[in-house]
Design a protein around this ligand. Structure first.
Ligand code: C5P
Length: 234
């Protein structure tokens, strides 16, 4: 798929109020292609804001990580389709993925599956009752997502290079934990530069604090877009 480099940059709108989010979007304009709304802003008026952004021609990623009985997931996805969002996350459980995939079929909404949360290690999975370690479970869920027809996966930079050969070119890989060279990693333990993530096979980069907390957010976004353009010229 041919995309402008700025279409590959997803800004995580991790702010606590709609007002702050509006200011950020106004400052960044078209420097970023997609605005991601997660729990923090979503439960603070972000869903109404997403409607406003979509009407203004912006693309919106709802990072709501849905997981419920199939019927409930399907009804939720139908509402997100009506809203006109471009991306929605679900947890990578087969029933959940199937329900979301079927409910989004034929719409412009792309479903992204979260395989295993990156805050989980093998011991956390064991404590939650799983017998597989993180890398086995990530691989198994990625294959299930691919077989169900899910559009893409959210995965760390490290997972990206493992998953690209496993799922093939057809699935979108969306990678958070991006830090431009020299930026503080904050609480992200495994970080990659935009260049490294694109080289590892990422289609989209999710960036929050390196842009939100920059003295000049637009310059920070533009420099990431320039890095994407160099890493993936097309
Ligand atoms: O501020 P920062 O660039 O670390 O933000 C990364 C964004 O990506 C946050 O919205 C976070 O919730 C999200 N994310 C992540 N790691 C994952 C999945 C999503 O950091 N594995």
């Amino acid at each position: 798929m041919k995309l402008h480099p700025h279409d590959r940059l997803i800004l995580a709108l991790d702010v606590s109020s709609v007002e702050e989010a509006r200011t950020t979007v106004q400052r960044l304009g078209d420097s970023v292609g997609i605005y991601k709304i997660g729990y923090q802003l979503g439960y603070a008026g972000g869903l109404a804001l997403s409607d406003e952004l979509i009407r203004a021609g912006k693309r919106v990623f709802l990072d709501l990580k849905l997981h419920d009985i199939g019927n409930t997931v399907a009804k939720g996805v139908e509402s997100v389709v009506r809203l006109g969002a471009s991306f929605l996350t679900v947890h990578a459980y087969p029933q959940t993925m199937k329900a979301a995939h079927e409910a989004a079929a034929g719409s412009g909404l792309k479903i992204l599956a979260v395989t295993v949360l990156t805050s989980y290690d093998d011991a956390d999975l064991f404590a939650a009752g799983y017998e597989l370690g993180v890398s086995e479970l990530v691989a198994a869920r990625a294959e299930q997502a691919r077989d169900i027809g899910i559009d893409g996966l959210v995965c760390s930079g490290e997972e990206t290079s493992m998953l690209r050969p496993l799922v093939g070119a057809g699935m979108l890989l969306v990678t958070p934990g991006i830090r431009p060279a020299g930026a503080a990693s904050a609480d992200q333990k495994r970080v990659m530069t935009p260049t490294a993530a694109i080289a590892a096979g990422a289609d989209y980069l999710v960036v929050g604090r390196p842009i939100l907390e920059a003295a000049d957010p637009q310059a920070a976004a533009d420099s990431i877009v320039a890095e994407i353009a160099r890493a993936r010229p097309e």
